[in-house]
Design a protein around this ligand. Structure first.
Ligand code: IMP
Ligand code: MG
Length: 186
């Protein structure tokens, strides 16, 4: 990414690096306390959740494993249809496991709702969700989210795993996508 592209895309910084990391430390402590004495299986949703998951995992004091799923929603790139296709399934069997799904952001909730239904059918011992960000105003379907990092307004955000056309995931903070580039779907 060139400096010019970077500057063109990045709007107002919504959550800076210190605030992100401080909140992740809190979430890690809360999750570690809740799962004391158990083994956790973290299920990350590729690709956006990778960055949050890596930092969160290093704050956990309970034994944990990670695995990943890749899913794609049919329909426009920036608007979730709720019809989801599994592109990469888990390697680890979740039956009898304590599973924590790690998501970057919950928007309509449709993707997560599908995922939770799909994973529940595999009979884990427990199934919870941690999401770094949530946009409550955009919710179309209720999804039970046990842990939330930050509630944000209805704006398209980039950075810390979140992309616009696959770019900007490497920003260490969460910023609003610059108005010139905002997709019309959001
Ligand atoms: P949902 O099914 O509408 O909840 O969509 C969730 C997925 O849409 C997330 O996992 C992201 O990949 C993507 N998404 C939703 N909002 C944003 C955003 O503001 N920036 C970047 N990606 C987003
Ligand atoms: Mg995405």
């Amino acid at each position: 990414m060139t400096q010019a592209e970077l500057e063109r895309g990045v709007g107002e910084i919504l959550i800076d690096e210190d605030a992100l990391q401080a909140r992740i430390v809190e979430l890690g402590a809360e999750i570690s306390a809740d799962y004391e004495g158990r083994d956790l299986l973290l299920v990350g949703v590729l690709k956006g959740a990778v960055f949050f998951m890596a930092d969160l995992m290093r704050e956990l004091t309970v034994p944990c494993e990670i695995d990943f799923m890749a899913i794609s929603s049919y329909g426009a790139a920036t608007d979730s249809s709720g019809v989801v296709r599994i592109l990469k399934d888990l390697d680890i069997n979740v039956a009898g496991r304590d599973v924590l799904v790690v998501e970057d952001i919950i928007d309509s909730g449709l993707t997560l709702s599908y995922l939770v239904r799909n994973l529940s059918a595999r009979k884990p011992d427990s199934l919870e969700v941690v999401a770094l960000l949530t946009k409550p105003d955009r919710r179309e379907i209720e999804v039970p989210v046990r842990y939330v990092g930050f509630e944000i307004p209805n704006r398209f955000v980039i950075g810390y795993g979140l992309d616009f056309a696959e770019r900007y995931r490497n920003l260490p903070y969460v910023a609003v996508l610059h108005a010139d580039l905002v997709p019309n779907a959001t």
